[in-house]
Design a protein around this ligand. Structure first.
Ligand code: ATP
Ligand code: MG
Length: 415
């Protein structure tokens, strides 16, 4: 008989379990907590969109659109793409769902995103992002609020110390055109020193040469002109207002004049929160202002600013979260009394107590199994003089507060 081949997990995907899952959950919980503090609304958007949504908003020359998208025709021959990020889909929804009426909108979402990349530590083909956006606000105050949100999230996760906010401005359209022309001129005169990739970038997206990781490109990239000399008064005022706001909010930042981000749609503010603890995957949270995006998608000209962070990368930086604590273990020590155990554990759980039932396997071993689950209290059900008795033993008095003690006494009295 032919052996059945075991199915394999698809390369670059993850099954998240145990400690990894606890890390994942911790990131999402902290994000949800801070989201409320900053009065952002949650949204859900589709996992797939028409390919044009991403191609038009992220730019054909971006790494994501040119080589990382999962694109396929569906059974009706519509060309679809699994979302490689959230911003484009949210902006599509803003246009098609009439969300303009709610502007300015402060939104968050989280979930899986997909990119065809070479898998390695901290880099997957299906990964997960948390995402925050403000749409319809042109003021630098929106950039400041989003960055302060990100900073507070990292602090609440206990990883603020090792992570640095790197900040840059990409100016307005006028600034960017002038700077772009100067960069092309500079790189043209260094053509001989550039990598093949950067020669292609020179044609299509010369800004990207600035953050090239290829060592051959570094001398030319490092000697290239900064944007500062090309900033219009408006663009400079905008950047000053962002940095001033960050200082007022107590958010530390450093200027990185080489930070350009991969996407065509960025204007003004661009930023990354970076750590050296994750090797080449050191960017944990990144974003910027994308005032041209909604217009590019065919919507009304609408400013926007946002960021996204990899849940897995944030999770890797955390202290390992504690395993969830069993408050009460209910042990049925005598065969025949299982129904009593079922009743008791159900009552405890309904009263809000974290409880686990030990009522299977050899009755003699159940108590030891319950102790191994490391509960704060053990409640055991046994028989004495032919009548059922319930015994309570506290194992960790420090984990039992007055409220829980009262609940426990009330539940035990009722069964
Ligand atoms: P990188 O330079 O690492 O490829 P990126 O600039 O492509 O990152 P963004 O598009 O800004 O990343 O996405 C925001 C965040 O999503 C990143 O800062 C990172 O935390 C996370 N991220 C991006 N790509 C992956 C991936 N393939 N696997 C896991 N996390 C990722
Ligand atoms: Mg990338």
């Amino acid at each position: 008989m032919a052996r059945i081949e075991t199915p394999k997990r698809v390369r670059g995907t993850q099954d998240i379990f145990g400690e990894e899952q606890r890390r994942f959950a911790r990131v999402v919980e902290a994000f949800e907590h801070v989201r409320r503090l900053y009065c952002f609304q949650q949204v859900q958007v589709p996992v797939f969109e028409s390919t044009g949504v991403f191609a038009r908003s992220m730019g054909e020359t971006s790494d994501v659109v040119s080589k990382e998208m999962y694109t396929f025709p569906d059974r009706g021959d519509d060309l679809l793409t699994l979302r490689p990020e959230f911003t484009a889909g949210i902006c599509r929804a803003y246009i098609t769902e009439g969300w303009q009426q709610f502007a300015p909108l402060k939104l968050t979402t989280h979930g899986p995103v997909f990119r065809y990349e070479r898998p390695q530590k901290g880099r997957y083909r299906q990964f997960h992002q948390i995402d925050a956006e403000i749409i319809g606000a042109a003021e630098p105050a929106a950039d400041v609020e989003l960055l302060t949100f990100a900073d507070q999230l990292l602090r609440e996760l206990g990883i603020g110390e090792g992570v640095t906010l790197q900040l840059n401005t990409l100016g307005d359209a006028e600034t960017r055109d002038a700077w772009r022309a100067a960069l092309i001129e500079h790189f043209q005169s260094h053509r001989g020193d550039l990598s093949e990739d950067s020669l292609t970038r020179l044609e299509k997206n010369p800004l990207r040469i600035l953050d090239s990781k290829d060592p051959r490109d570094r001398p030319a990239a490092d000697s290239a002109p900064d944007i500062d000399a090309f900033l219009t008064t408006e663009a400079k005022d905008f950047f000053d207002a962002v940095t001033g706001g960050l200082d007022a909010a107590g958010v530390a930042w450093t200027r990185n004049a080489r930070l350009v981000r991969g996407l065509d749609y960025y204007r003004h503010t661009a930023f990354e929160f970076v750590t050296d603890r994750l090797g080449a995957q050191g960017t944990v949270l990144a974003g910027g202002r994308y005032d041209g995006l909604i217009g590019n998608l065919g919507g009304p000209e609408t400013p926007g600013v946002g960021w996204a962070a990899g849940i897995e990368r944030l999770g890797m930086l955390l202290e390992a979260p504690a395993v969830e604590q069993v408050q009460v273990a209910v042990v049925v020590e005598r065969a025949g009394l299982e129904a009593k155990g079922i009743e008791l554990v159900a009552s405890l759980r309904r009263a809000g107590v974290v409880a686990e039932l030990f009522a299977t396997g050899s009755p003699k071993k159940r108590y030891d199994k319950a102790v191994k689950s490391s509960p704060a209290e053990i409640v055991s059900i046994d028989v004495r003089d032919d009548a059922p008795v319930v015994n309570r033993r506290t194992l960790k008095s420090e984990a039992v507060d007055d409220e829980m003690r009262a609940t426990l006494i009330a539940v035990l009295a009722a069964v």
